[in-house]
Design a protein around this ligand. Structure first.
Ligand code: ZN
Length: 439
């Protein structure tokens, strides 16, 4: 039996947060989610929302709230064979209560194991079909030889509420960058505690910085029903979302993967693809598909927001996915920090990706007179001067800095720095493009 501590050992590292959250039995509703958000609130201020069971959210209803105290399978001599206390994956997530003696054939209908990984416990859920069940290793299952067993699940599946949290970091503009991560998995690290840790650290980092151009809205909610609920309650404000990212699966050893928004041609798609390609040729860019995480809801046809997804492995893309082997051993501080760095670079690039207009477009302006160009002709031009020439040539008010970066092979960050010099010298003016949900 593994003993866990839910107390932090002090230092705010991403792995310490993952370790602190790992033992908690989370689900799409219930006290595990509330406890998780309470711990995350040590990193970033969270506004907690409780949405009552039965609330209609588009085509769905907020389900009954699930809470669990204990669950076990005992032989008829009273020996506990499977115990929720040993690992919270042992119970089918959202199991209804049961206290019964069943024969083995009936029990088998309620057992889940992974024959090809006989030492791993699978993660299985039954949110919307009332059922009970146990998940166990194949080895444990193979040892069940008795004809009858006692099964007990002490859970509540009753009207309550669905819990999600938001953190708004205000910027100069009320156009927002939305970040969403799911918080509904029990003791599983890469999917989904890596996402919770990166979003917590992201919130802390954004709040520590001077006010940025965009406002940032970080939402932590259960998968699928959480983003459906959030979208349903925020439908009238969706036009303020300029860009968005769904985050998750950010701690394993796979390179980074960006999955494009539904349209595939939004600014977030251009920027995230650019950042990933610049960082490593091993990083992958995927087009949108209506399967995966909450990008499915943000990319449903009636919503159609410019929201992509950043992960390392994709869902089902690593052997340990949705099993007890997705544990503390497959995520690391370095990889979580690297993922946080990738997210920050995407966000910084969105901040930097402005549109400019050349105010002296009739032939090249005289740069030497403005002290912007070398005094001696004939030498090879410096990188900065090359950036000046590209900017002045391409800044037509409709071409973004990112497009100029792609054409010129000059880094976006360098172009942004030189562009702001050219604004100061009166040669460029920013052209404000109105972002919004509508294309
Ligand atoms: Zn999952």
């Amino acid at each position: 039996m593994t003993e866990f501590s839910t107390h932090s050992d002090g230092e705010q590292t991403l792995m310490n947060l993952v370790r602190q959250l790992y033992p908690i039995c989370r689900s799409i509703t219930g006290n595990g989610v509330r406890e998780t958000l309470k711990i995350a609130a040590d990193w970033l201020p969270l506004e907690i929302h409780e949405v009552p069971t039965g609330t209609k959210v588009f085509d769905w209803y907020v389900p009954n709230e699930w809470n669990i105290r204990s669950a076990y399978i005992e032989d008829m001599a009273g020996n506990r064979i499977i115990d929720f206390k040993d690992h919270n994956l042992h119970v089918l997530n959202y199991s209804c209560p049961i206290d019964a003696t069943v024969d083995r054939a009936e029990l088998e209908n309620h057992l889940y194991s992974i024959p090809e990984h006989p030492d791993w416990i699978p993660y299985r859920t039954s949110y919307y079909t009332e059922n009970w069940g146990f998940c166990l290793t194949q080895r444990q299952r193979d040892e069940l030889a008795d004809s009858r067993y006692r099964v007990k699940i002490d859970s509540d599946l009753e009207p309550g509420s669905l819990t999600y949290a938001e953190c708004l970091v205000p910027g100069e503009s009320d156009h927002e960058i939305l970040v969403y991560t799911h918080i509904c998995h029990p003791s599983l690290c890469n999917d989904n505690l890596s996402g919770v840790a990166v979003v917590a650290a992201l919130g802390k980092a954004l709040l520590a910085q001077p006010r940025r151009r965009y406002s940032y809205r970080l939402v932590l909610g259960p998968g699928a029903i959480g983003s459906i609920t959030w979208l349903s309650r925020n439908q009238s404000n969706l036009n303020r979302i300029a860009h968005g990212l769904v985050l998750g699966l950010l701690g394993d050893d796979a390179p980074h993967t960006y999955k494009a928004s539904r349209s595939g041609t939004r600014e977030i798609d251009m920027v995230a693809s650019y950042v990933l390609k610049q960082r490593s040729s091993a990083n992958r860019i995927l087009s949108f598909s209506p399967y995966g995480y909450d990008e499915r809801q943000f990319g449903s046809p009636g919503i159609n927001l410019p929201v992509g997804r950043l992960t390392r492995s994709v869902n089902e893309g690593y052997a340990q996915y949705h099993s007890s082997a997705d544990n503390l051993d497959i995520v690391s501080e370095d990889r979580l920090q690297e993922s946080l760095g990738v997210v920050m670079e995407i966000l910084d690039s969105l901040e930097e990706n402005r549109y400019y207009r050349n105010l002296e477009p009739y032939c090249e302006p005289q740069l030497g007179r403005r002290r912007l160009y070398r005094d001696t002709g004939g030498t090879r031009i410096a990188d900065r001067e090359e950036a000046i020439l590209w900017l002045l040539n391409q800044a037509d008010g409709q071409t973004s800095l990112l497009q100029i970066a792609e054409k010129s092979s000059i880094g976006l960050h360098s172009l942004a720095a030189v562009a702001s010099e050219l604004v100061d010298s009166g040669l460029l003016a920013e052209n404000i493009i109105d972002h919004g949900a509508e294309e």
